[in-house]
Design a binder for this molecule. Structure first.
Ligand SMILES: [Zn+2]
Length: 94
């Protein structure tokens, strides 16, 4: 995760399954990670959560506004465990 950083991290509990969603931003674009387990246990998918159409600065893919463009971000998925560690620390510090 040397070439970007995740900012504006917001963690909320989901009612649709046992887990959490983490909304965060990278270079002004929004993304969502789903985390499974009632204790913030394991990372699941990371998708684009864009408010406007545009190119993803991480994976370079042209992405439509959420929910149309809610495909996984291959670039962020490569750093999934690093991002999860960061979010987990934030979750535990609440
Ligand atoms: Zn992407």
């Amino acid at each position: 995760m040397s070439h970007y950083s995740a900012t504006n991290i917001k963690i909320s509990k989901l009612s649709i399954f046992s887990g959490y969603q983490v909304l965060f931003e990278v270079k002004g674009h929004s993304y969502q990670m789903l985390v499974g387990g009632g204790g913030f246990n394991f990372p699941m998918n990371i998708i684009h959560y864009f408010k406007e159409d545009g190119k993803c600065p991480v994976c370079d893919k042209y992405t439509l506004t959420y929910p149309m463009g809610q495909q996984p971000c291959s670039g962020l998925l490569r750093d999934k465990m690093m991002l999860f560690d960061l979010f987990q620390r934030k979750f535990q510090s609440k």
